[in-house]
Design a binder for this molecule. Structure first.
Ligand code: ZN
Length: 327
């Protein structure tokens, strides 16, 4: 048994998981970020609570896997840079191993997620896989011949900060027109606010007291009710996301692309529009069509447990590699 911990900027989710991906407990705690030590204490508390909630003796826990937002050094166990947590060079693994008395492994959250998909999810057993996370940020992770591809600087898969529209909307990374500034959750909300401020009529105006409170969820709900503005915003974002899938498939030649993150719900208007956009690329681009067919584009099947299972896979996948070497 292992503990998987999904460390987010606002909440920490932890759970006890077995090798088959069965989840024995789920706990959720707010993330306090006044200092790295405070956040590490929150993580340790969540791990202890998850073990207690599963009603399992600690001696049966083989380790703790953690998915962390931002840049991570998995070898040294260091959280190198996380804007969401306010971390810079935090010795996460050593601190937690001392506090918990259990072996720990850390990885960037989007990279942990692809391990979860290949171990338990839609990409089970697939060794060449691309995972695209769509949420408050956008990033991809890549599995090549069963190995995580991090790149020379740990920056492989930064498709969210790739310019899709020259001189477009400013992005928090400093560039303009990045995919993330066009199609991530906050970008959708911002687009809606601008249109409403400019006098565009929309159901969205009635959904919140103040249009600055608008979120991507409101836009999904308005689009489901046939709202023109919401549908237009989602269709524009979807065409950028479809282009990202086309680029990733052309660059890495995967067997499958899995979509995850807070914006990826099967059957939602955004995902339906992304699928249509990808089909249009298949019709136009001969080589792309040879790489990906419609069945090879999936939405994560792990749902609410995706973060916990991805983090757990860090320990479970490591054991699988160790077992391989012994044989
Ligand atoms: Zn950017």
């Amino acid at each position: 048994l292992v503990v998987g911990v999904d460390v987010g900027g606002t909440k920490i989710a932890a759970g006890v998981v077995d090798e088959q991906g069965q989840v024995y407990s789920r706990v959720k705690q707010p993330t306090y970020t006044s200092s790295p030590e405070v956040t590490l204490q929150c993580i340790a508390a969540a791990v202890n609570e998850a073990i207690a909630a599963a009603g399992i003796d600690r001696v049966h826990i083989g380790g703790v896997g953690l998915g962390i937002p931002g840049k991570v050094d998995p070898e040294q166990g260091i959280g190198v840079l996380s804007v969401n947590l306010g971390w810079r060079d935090v010795p996460v693994r050593n601190w937690l191993e001392d506090a918990l008395g259990l072996p720990c492994a850390i990885e960037n959250d989007v990279r942990a997620a692809i391990l979860g998909e290949s171990q338990y999810g839609a990409g089970r057993g697939v060794s060449n896989l691309v995972y695209l996370s769509l949420g408050t940020g956008i990033a991809a992770s890549i599995l090549i011949a069963g190995h995580l591809w991090r790149g020379a600087h740990g920056l492989a898969g930064e498709i969210g900060h790739t310019v899709f529209v020259a001189d477009g909307t400013p992005c928090r990374c400093g560039a303009r027109g990045c995919l993330e500034a066009l199609a991530a959750g906050p970008a959708l909300a911002l687009r809606a606010q601008e249109e409403i401020r400019a006098g565009r009529a929309s159901l969205l105006q009635r959904m919140t007291a103040n249009h600055t409170d608008l979120t991507a969820e409101h836009i999904f709900a308005a689009a489901a009710q046939g709202d023109d503005l919401a549908s237009q915003i989602l269709s524009e974002a979807a065409s950028h996301i479809a282009y990202a899938i086309y680029l990733l498939a052309m660059a890495y030649d995967p067997q499958m692309v899995v979509l995850g993150g807070g914006l990826a719900h099967e059957g939602s208007p955004l995902i339906e529009a992304v699928r249509s956009g990808v089909v249009r690329w298949m019709e136009q681009a001969l080589i792309f069509r040879e790489i990906l067919d419609e069945q090879a584009l999936c939405v994560t099947s792990l749902q609410r447990d995706a973060g916990i299972l991805g983090a757990a896979a860090l320990i479970i996948a490591r054991h699988a590699v160790a077992g391989e070497a012994q044989r």
